[in-house]
Design a protein around this ligand. Structure first.
Ligand SMILES: Cc1cc2nc3c(=O)[nH]c(=O)nc-3n(C[C@H](O)[C@H](O)[C@H](O)COP(=O)(O)O)c2cc1C
Length: 196
């Protein structure tokens, strides 16, 4: 059974919850399943080594996950209108995968979370799509045929799935945000099935 890689970084849990909704959407497609993976944090000065396996949540991603997946989704909190450093740090280490075309032709999409409604979701989503284009992925977003794209009062964009956590940093996606995250997971899985 081919896996769709859902690779994300999340510190407060918002992006992690979107990832779980995306995984549900992937599982709705016959013969498809999600492989949830995360990346370790980075620091200006590394004082302690990270454990080889995180204490909780998804395991750390390995290069084999990229080679084995039939499609992928990247998720990150918005940091000043861009993806967070831990995800970028991982992507910056993918020279060998770029050179050998590991991700060429694989469907891909992105997701994010912000504190504020107009805090740069689309900018962050676009920043994550750019390296996927360099890697030859077949990128997709969410089409306006998804009804929640017309009704959401929070996150959920044609550029990718998203959540607005608000001033209290509530990690729980709204019903519309969750439905759009599932729709994006379904879409990548359906594309992967068709491309196979
Ligand atoms: C350094 C830093 C920069 C941030 N930049 C933005 C921003 O540009 N726009 C915004 O709305 N929220 C910003 N936030 C808030 C996070 O994007 C938001 O809390 C997000 O939901 C966190 O996701 P997580 O719970 O998965 O870690 C920033 C947070 C931090 C720590």
């Amino acid at each position: 059974m081919p896996d769709i890689l859902v690779l994300y970084y999340s510190r407060g849990g918002s992006v992690a919850r979107l990832a779980r909704q995306i995984a549900r959407g992937i599982a709705e497609v016959d013969g498809m399943q999600a492989r949830l993976r995360t990346v370790p944090p980075v620091a200006v000065v590394t004082t302690t080594a990270q454990p080889p396996v995180p204490d909780d949540g998804a395991p750390y991603v390995e290069r084999a996950d990229l080679a084995e997946c039939a499609g992928l989704l990247l998720g990150s909190p918005t940091r000043f209108g861009n993806m967070a450093a831990p995800l970028k740090h991982f992507i910056d280490g993918l020279g060998a995968e770029w050179a050998s075309g590991t991700l060429v032709g694989k469907p891909a999409a992105v997701f994010t979370s912000t504190a504020t409604q107009h805090g740069g979701q689309e900018a962050t989503l676009l920043s994550m799509l750019v390296p996927l284009l360099h890697h030859g992925c077949v990128v997709t977003g969410i089409p306006y045929t998804e009804p929640q794209l017309h009704t959401t009062a929070g996150g959920g964009t044609p550029y990718g799935a998203s959540h607005v956590a608000g001033a209290n940093d509530d990690p729980q996606p709204s019903d519309d945000e969750a439905a759009l995250a599932r729709a994006l997971g379904r879409r990548v899985a359906q594309l992967a099935a068709k491309l196979a």
